[in-house]
Design a protein around this ligand. Structure first.
Ligand SMILES: [Zn+2]
Length: 202
């Protein structure tokens, strides 16, 4: 059993974490775990509001466990040291024992920066890399989270809040459900979300 009581999802931009692992976060929250989300960039006030609404649906009990920072999109590599410091400070106060972050083969420079700095800070923590298929050139899915239909529904409800992003193909419920079915099929259950196991501490 992985002792993951305090979970921190790192989301380079609004919506990344919900899209990749919203159902798993919903499952953890239902199980009474402390789930936090740190968003590094919200390009507009609208997106910031949508993200707040989305997290409220995921984490009904602790809607304040969301922090939205204002790093400029696509320029994260230039702010590497500040991002490192942000994570360092958060690690001291929060002491998370499970980190969810973009997988190591994600090619977006902002996603890469967040994951690389997370690896430097959370050296003694279990880290799972999440999947955003449209951003990845190779995904090592060697970790799975079984999810129920109810968790998938909560994920879809939370993503519904992103009015401004609905036109994107990966926001369609069909796309999200299909990926959950594929990942579930790989481990003999109906639905799942997949992860790259970057580090596991038992
Ligand atoms: Zn992103």
């Amino acid at each position: 059993m992985i002792n993951n009581e305090t979970i921190l999802a790192l989301s380079p931009h609004t919506d990344d974490a919900e899209l990749a692992c919203g159902a798993t976060l919903s499952k953890f929250i239902e199980a009474g775990k402390d789930v936090y989300m740190l968003v590094f960039s919200a390009p507009s006030k609208k997106l910031s509001e949508e993200c707040t609404q989305s997290f409220r649906i995921l984490n009904k009990h602790e809607p304040d466990n969301l922090t939205i920072l204002d790093y400029e999109r696509r320029l994260f590599p230039e702010h590497r040291q500040e991002i490192l410091q942000t994570l360092y400070d958060l690690n001291k106060t929060l002491k998370p024992n499970l980190i969810l972050t973009p997988c190591t083969r994600d090619h977006h420079q902002d996603h890469q920066t967040v994951t690389q700095e997370a690896l430097r800070i959370f050296k003694t923590t279990t880290i799972l890399g999440y999947e955003l298929p449209w951003n990845i050139w190779e995904f090592m899915e060697n970790g799975y989270s079984k999810i129920e239909r109810s968790h998938l529904n909560t994920k879809l409800d939370s993503l519904e809040q992103y009015e401004s992003q609905k036109h994107r193909h990966y926001f369609s419920p069909e796309y999200i459900k299909s990926l959950a079915l594929i990942r579930g099929g790989q481990i003999g259950v109906k639905y799942a979300e997949a992860f790259e196991v970057i580090r596991v501490i038992l």
